[in-house]
Design a protein around this ligand. Sequence first.
Ligand SMILES: Cc1cc2nc3c(=O)[nH]c(=O)nc-3n(C[C@H](O)[C@H](O)[C@H](O)COP(=O)(O)OP(=O)(O)OC[C@H]3O[C@@H](n4cnc5c(N)ncnc54)[C@H](O)[C@@H]3O)c2cc1C
Length: 467
Amino acid sequence: MSENLEKTTSNGAGDAMLQNVGVKKEPDPAVQPHRILVLGSGFGGLYTAVYLDRYLKGLPDVRITVIDKHNFFLFTPMLHAAATGGLEPRYIAHSIRKIFRKTRIHAHIGEVLSIDLEKKTVSTQHRTMAYDDLVISLGSRTNFMNLEDRLEGVFTLKSLKDAAVINNHVIRMFEKAYWEDDPEIRKSYLTFVVVGGGPTGVELAGELHEYATRELLRDFGRRIDKSEIRVILVEATSRILPMLPPNLSLEALERLRSIGIDVLLETRLEGYQNQKVQLVGGDEIPSTTLVWAAGVKTNPLVAALDLEKDGIGRIKVNGTLESTKKPHVWVVGDNAHSMNPHSGMPYPPTAQTAVRQAKVCAHNIVARLRKRPEKLFSHEHVGGFVSIGDNYALLSAKQLTLTGMVGWFLWNLVYIHKLPIIRYRLLSTFSLFLKVFFERATTEIDLTPDPVENPSPEYQRALQEDY
Ligand SMILES: Cc1cc2nc3c(=O)[nH]c(=O)nc-3n(C[C@H](O)[C@H](O)[C@H](O)COP(=O)(O)OP(=O)(O)OC[C@H]3O[C@@H](n4cnc5c(N)ncnc54)[C@H](O)[C@@H]3O)c2cc1C
């Protein structure tokens, strides 16, 4: 069943260290009879691997390796809370080595640099690995809608780093405004613009507003007045949260406006230059903060693969979630163009879809190994939550809609329950509920390294690497 490895490199000193401390040494992948490579440890990849481990009981000669450039699984639905001091970032970013410790799954922390579908290999900076089954779940990237060249210094909210950077930046803008006497410059520091009226934009605008007008204002109130702070949400279409029923969309809009957020509907962004948000029609908003939350596109590595794809680069899969062009290449999550047989539309790129696809994908890989029937993926959206600032969330499920404090409690309970590591579930529960009575964090964590005199080449290289 196995193919030989193209090339392997390993750090001999590292291997010796592992033996010394009694940690099980990684077996040589070349001798494994069946190798499953899972690319990405997000919602699609992590859950596929975990289900594979569960379904493969009794089949010992199968090796599962999950490759991710980060050593953690990121729980994105709570990222906006980490960006606004409401949650410690590590509570929502869980080490995959820890999650996989008691399983047969190997974590390979490295960047996928290339995928060779003919040779059936995947390369990272560490090594090239052969596979028998490949699961692609590398997620999506921000889609700037061809405005890249006109957006200077814009923030996004996709990663843990983004959340930390936004949090620091907002605090820094308050620090700058504190000492600034020119009213126009102060205004620009204290105006926060979010683009995109989908769940990410709405949730972030809500949290940012609470953070700025309550938490930070307490710290900076000696020289900054609440009336100086502005949070603006810009949406190109005529409504926010288009996936919700119209009455809930409207309720969300009213909630945003009632807490003091300016929502500009049917307003398109033309650019962001010289710290001015430029709107189509000529209006400009001076602001030192623009967060782009207006869409996603497929990971470029995936978009470049020679497979059947849709207009935005997602890989077309059949009902079993296998590529329509290449057997043994499975795709889950944001990378999959998977048709909903009921609506005739592709499933939306959500965590909910990714987790459900993961289960079916794992089942089908194992079913094929065991020569048993495979399943077709079909899933009915069970509804979802959108939180808007402190103590308020909207829940839209099949028969049920809930808003306000009750929705917010449920939002917390449901999402926290989905965090993989129990310790962080408890810590998050405490943090989020304590937030009702106590303050959020307003500590700036400077991520830029201090300058070093005559840095060594190794140090310079380390500085340039993503953390
Ligand atoms: C701020 C935010 C809030 C969201 N809120 C919700 C919500 O409330 N409900 C909901 O259903 N969905 C939500 N989503 C969408 C949801 O996060 C995605 O649909 C889901 O994560 C898709 O899962 P995935 O496995 O396809 O990709 P991801 O979860 O993004 O995982 C992709 C993984 O691939 C890794 N990776 C990428 N490129 C490489 C490479 N070259 N080499 C190695 N590793 C790589 C990444 O590090 C990542 O771990 C939200 C998204 C964001 C950004």
